[in-house]
Design a protein around this ligand. Structure first.
Ligand code: NAG
Ligand code: NAG
Ligand code: NAG
Ligand code: NAG
Ligand code: NAG
Ligand code: NAG
Ligand code: NAG
Ligand code: NAG
Length: 270
């Protein structure tokens, strides 16, 4: 039995429940041989980090019933569900497509091994208590479409490796403590860039004008300076443009007048 066969018979999330329960699954005959796979070991290691907590698939607000998906999104009024550090073993959960663990109390840093989850399409780790830097290995997640790391305590600069993510559509990094410049390398984003409430400095790269499909660009509450690039006039689908509370100077380019889809424009406090 190869590990590929195993995944056909036993979707990751289903097996996650089973591994955590440590029960022999009635409909998953591959279970016994599967325990030797690296995925199985990773799950067991991860389980060990839960210590006395209830296994995640049985928590209110968690869903493990979608193939390749691990989600925990507590309702706003419930208390956070997960109190732990993401171990480097998570890098062995290679079939994961969705990893959604926002609104918990994850702390410690984002492990570089996350860059091994190359099938990941959604990565939501927002509203936790993550610290340290954004690992450049996130640039290895070639299938990534949605990246949300907002409301944490991340520091350091935005890795230029994000420029390798050709399918990235949304990037939420707001409300961290990121510094450095807005990377020119972010050239593929299709829908939304929200970098508000950080400590980004330097100028707004004129290359942002190449993100033709962008609908929402939010760079407020940073320390960006220099002038507003005229290239922003090329963002013809943009509906929200927030550049307020920075240190921008110069004139408002007349090209902003080309933005026929614009609904929300904020340039105050500059
Ligand atoms: C990643 O996705 C591809 C295409 O769906 C699939 O063939 C491959 O087995 C997946 N890799 C893992 C490790 O699950
Ligand atoms: C994470 O939080 C736990 C519980 O509050 C604490 O014991 C641990 O030291 C924290 N770890 C880090 C890396 O901040
Ligand atoms: C986040 O971590 C900081 C220090 O590491 C701690 O003071 C704070 O209480 C934590 N916040 C939450 C919501 O756990
Ligand atoms: C990017 O998206 C396209 C269209 O959805 C898809 O065909 C392609 O496989 C994706 N590329 C990667 C690396 O996931
Ligand atoms: C953010 O960084 C600045 C300096 O870079 C520091 O003074 C401040 O305390 C940091 N804030 C948090 C919440 O870590
Ligand atoms: C702009 O939006 C329209 C309508 O949603 C869409 O058809 C078009 O492809 C978009 N243009 C770009 C450059 O993404
Ligand atoms: C922007 O600020 C940096 C320091 O962060 C400074 O070196 C640079 O000259 C400023 N540029 C403009 C155009 O004001
Ligand atoms: C904004 O720019 C002015 C003039 O260049 C400078 O004196 C000031 O310190 C800057 N403010 C911030 C918050 O960077």
């Amino acid at each position: 039995m190869t590990s590929l066969d195993f995944h056909k018979l036993c979707p990751l999330a289903y097996c996650l429940v089973l591994f955590i329960q440590l029960l022999s699954p009635p409909s998953c005959s591959a279970f016994a041989s599967a325990t030797s796979t690296t995925e199985a070991e990773a799950l067991l290691k991860w389980k060990a980090t839960f210590q006395n907590h209830t296994p995640p698939c049985f928590w209110t607000g968690i869903s493990c019933n979608v193939v390749g998906s691990l989600k925990s999104v507590p309702s706003p009024n419930s208390s956070p569900l997960i109190f732990l550090t993401i171990g480097s073993a998570i890098g062995n959960l290679k079939p994961l497509v969705d990893l959604e663990l926002s609104h918990n109390q994850l702390n410690g840093s984002i492990p570089t091994s996350l860059g091994q989850l190359t099938n990941l399409s959604t990565l939501y780790l927002g509203s936790n208590n993550l610290s340290g830097t954004i690992p450049k290995e996130i640039g290895n997640l070639k299938s990534l479409v949605d990246l949300e790391l907002s409301y944490n305590q991340l520091i350091g600069s935005i890795p230029t490796s994000l420029g390798q993510l050709t399918n990235l559509s949304t990037l939420y990094l707001f409300r961290n403590n990121l510094s450095g410049t807005v990377p020119k390398a972010i050239k593929n984003l299709k829908s939304l860039v929200d970098l508000e409430f950080n400590n980004l400095f330097g100028t707004i790269p004129k290359e942002i004008g190449n993100l033709k499909s962008l609908v929402d660009l939010e760079l407020s509450h940073n320390q960006l300076n220099g002038s507003i690039p005229t290239s922003l006039g090329q963002l013809t689908n943009i509906s929200t443009l927030y550049l307020g509370s920075n240190n921008l100077s110069g004139t408002i380019p007349k090209e902003i007048g080309n933005l026929k889809s614009l609904v929300n424009l904020e340039l105050s406090y500059n």
